[in-house]
Design a protein around this ligand. Structure first.
Ligand code: ZN
Length: 103
């Protein structure tokens, strides 16, 4: 996956191939994809996703909406941990919890 990221700027198709390979290997050995990588490829078309290039990220109040611009698939990720963090922050009187979008 690191390879995919490196190669993406040069060759998007190649990056996609790396994603495919990584997924296949993970499947064969019955390994779950690390969470930090899960967000970076599209489940339906297998594209390697780079925010601002082929991935649109929008934050609403309750969730992060990630749209794959290759196939148009939309993923919605509800805040869970962030919500709790915000609640805690509010209790302390801080008003600055704006994370979740940036990986
Ligand atoms: Zn896609």
């Amino acid at each position: 996956m690191q390879l995919a990221r490196e190669v993406f700027h040069r060759d998007a198709a190649l990056a996609r191939r790396y994603v495919e390979l990584a997924r296949r290997i993970a499947m064969r050995y019955n390994v779950r994809f690390p969470k930090k990588w899960k967000r970076f490829f599209c489940k339906s078309c297998g594209s390697f996703l780079v925010p601002g290039v082929n991935l649109r990220v929008r934050c609403t109040k309750q969730r992060v909406v990630m749209t794959c611009l290759e196939c148009g698939r939309v993923r919605r990720i509800p805040y869970v941990r962030e919500k709790k963090a915000r609640r805690d922050a509010e209790l302390k009187g801080e008003e600055e919890v704006q994370e979740g979008a940036a990986p």
